[in-house]
Design a protein around this ligand. Structure first.
Ligand SMILES: C[S@@+](CC[C@H](N)C(=O)[O-])C[C@H]1O[C@@H](n2cnc3c(N)ncnc32)[C@H](O)[C@@H]1O
Length: 317
């Protein structure tokens, strides 16, 4: 009962209720919340502290950015449900959030459009791509893979690595420029069984349960809702399918945000495991690889996931 009372006390302020509503479906930095609420940073930070103390929010730091998200174990979602969806302040807040998220997406899209021609060189600065390719091939023998889906395919690197052993493969990306490079790469590599499709990986125009293997290679750290990309990947995965995620392990190289449009500084195993578990999936294998010679100590993790034996079908987020 104490926790419930603490939750009500903490939320009994208009700004704090607004913050809960904003964090319902995303995680935001303090400065993003400042911009949306139009209040000073100390004031917003005070509100956030009250909400964290009442176990309504979780705070986590990555370099100089501090993020907040809802505490799924607390009462936050129940409190948000009490506010009508058409409440004018709530509607205005969500419109402002949408604006801010759109600007952020544009920065990332412009980055990929600008760097598409040299993406294959840039990718090698972060990690040793041969080491990753070998590990992926070892973890995922594709002997029985009829259909492979590579989400955020970029210039098609994972199609190059896994495509030859798949019956057919599809690479999806929303960047026209990246796909143009991928298209010429596929021709050069002679991969006639691979095709490309321009689409948003958060809302795939693809049928549920239609792929044997889905891959997310170095994509999640660009996204504002990485868990939503995982949920969508799992939706299109067949009942006995495998999801392969390759991404950076937690690191502190903040320059990657400004120079390379990274949103998150890598992911820990527990975080990824939790997102998978929420969708009824479990990690079959996890491998940690150290980065390439120019990587400043960056590490790569590979998570291979499959459905829990008796789990229901995944939920859309
Ligand atoms: C870092 S690149 C990785 C490309 C490739 N997987 C690789 O490892 O070389 C991330 C790719 O994800 C794509 N991307 C980011 N957000 C996306 C979205 N919402 N829908 C589709 N593609 C997206 C970008 O256009 C970019 O090509």
């Amino acid at each position: 009962m104490e926790d419930v009372l603490d939750a009500f006390r903490a939320a009994s302020d208009p700004s704090r209720l607004r913050i809960l509503g904003l964090l319902e479906a995303t995680e935001l930095t303090v400065s993003e919340l400042v911009a949306i609420l139009g209040q000073s940073q100390p004031r917003v930070s005070r509100h956030l502290k009250v909400l964290v103390d009442a176990k309504l929010l979780v705070r986590f730091r990555e370099g100089s950015w501090v993020f907040h998200r809802l505490n799924n174990q607390g009462q936050a979602r129940k409190l948000i449900e009490l506010v009508p969806a058409d409440d004018p302040v709530r509607v205005q807040d969500l419109a402002r959030l949408e604006e801010i998220e759109q600007k952020r997406d544009e920065v990332a899209e412009q980055y990929f459009a600008k760097f598409a021609p040299e993406w294959d060189r840039l990718r090698q600065l972060d990690v040793d791509e041969e080491q990753v390719a070998n590990a992926v091939q070892e973890m995922l023998p594709l002997i029985n893979t009829q259909s492979l889906l590579d989400l955020g395919t970029g210039t098609g690197r994972m199609l190059q690595v896994l495509g030859p052993d798949a019956g057919e493969a599809v690479g999806v990306d929303n960047s026209h420029e990246m796909l143009a490079v991928a298209r010429s790469n596929l021709r050069r590599w002679g991969l006639g069984n691979c095709r490309l499709q321009q689409a948003d990986i958060l809302a795939l125009p693809l049928a549920s349960e239609s792929f044997d293997v889905v891959v997310l290679h170095q994509v999640l750290h660009f996204l504002k809702r990485p868990w939503a990309a995982i949920a969508e990947a799992l939706r299109v995965l067949g009942p006995a399918g495998r999801l392969l995620i390759v991404d950076l392990a937690p690191h502190t190289i903040e320059d990657l945000r400004d120079l390379h449009a990274h949103r998150r500084l890598g992911f820990g195993d527990d975080e990824v495991r939790e997102w998978l578990a929420q969708q009824g999936f479990t990690c079959e294998t996890i491998r940690h690889l150290s980065g390439g010679k120019n990587s400043d100590g960056l590490q790569v993790t590979i998570w291979l996931a499959r459905r829990f034996a008796s789990s229901p079908l995944p939920q859309a987020l």
